[in-house]
Design a protein around this ligand. Structure first.
Ligand code: ZN
Length: 183
């Protein structure tokens, strides 16, 4: 399907609100059951164009960036030391660190204070790994992405918007790298 030369796919799911997903750089429009894409596409046209241009910019930016190659052992050591450092800084306690291949995010934190790191984060430059860990541990203090949360983040990372964008760029870079590897 195409809208204003933007290729996209539609998926109807049990969701309350429509949303956009860009897991591998392709636009997926998730709609509540019964919702017609045409009406929503028209209503969210400007938003979609804005998102698409953002993604396009990210994809273009992947050209001048490189994945970091480090061993599994180096990666785990780095995660453990950065997590220790960050937990101290934020004065939070953490239970466990798990490593798992994840298809939709770099990391997550559970209510039981377990940090799960996407194994693919091993390709990220250290400053982004640092940011990912800080972001997740800040969720121990504030679960939602609200003003309080971004307040905590911006105390240390004034450029967090730029870093969030970098995370997208690397997401595409890593996805492409993995796709090539599977061929
Ligand atoms: Zn978050």
């Amino acid at each position: 399907m195409e809208l204003l030369n933007i290729p996209y796919k539609v998926s109807h799911r049990a969701v309350k609100y429509p949303r956009l997903e860009f897991k591998t750089g392709e636009l997926l429009i998730v709609l509540p059951f019964g919702a017609k894409p045409e009406i929503l596409l028209d209503k969210y046209k400007n938003w979609i164009i804005k998102q698409f241009n953002f993604i396009k910019g990210c994809l273009e930016s992947t050209e001048n960036r490189k994945l970091i190659m480090r061993s599994e052992e180096m990666f785990r050591k780095l995660i453990h030391s950065l997590t220790r450092e960050t937990a101290k800084e934020l004065r939070v306690e953490l239970n466990h660190i798990y490593f798992r291949m994840m298809r939709t995010k770099w990391a997550s934190i559970s209510p039981a204070k377990n940090l799960t790191i996407n194994s693919l984060a091993k390709y990220l430059p250290e400053y982004l790994i640092r940011y990912v860990i800080f972001h997740e541990l800040a969720h121990i203090i504030e679960k939602r992405h609200n003003e309080k949360f971004w307040g905590i983040i911006s105390r240390k990372f004034k450029n967090h918007q730029k870093l969030e964008r970098e995370m997208f760029i690397y997401w595409f870079l890593v996805s492409n790298h993995c796709k090539k590897g599977m061929k």
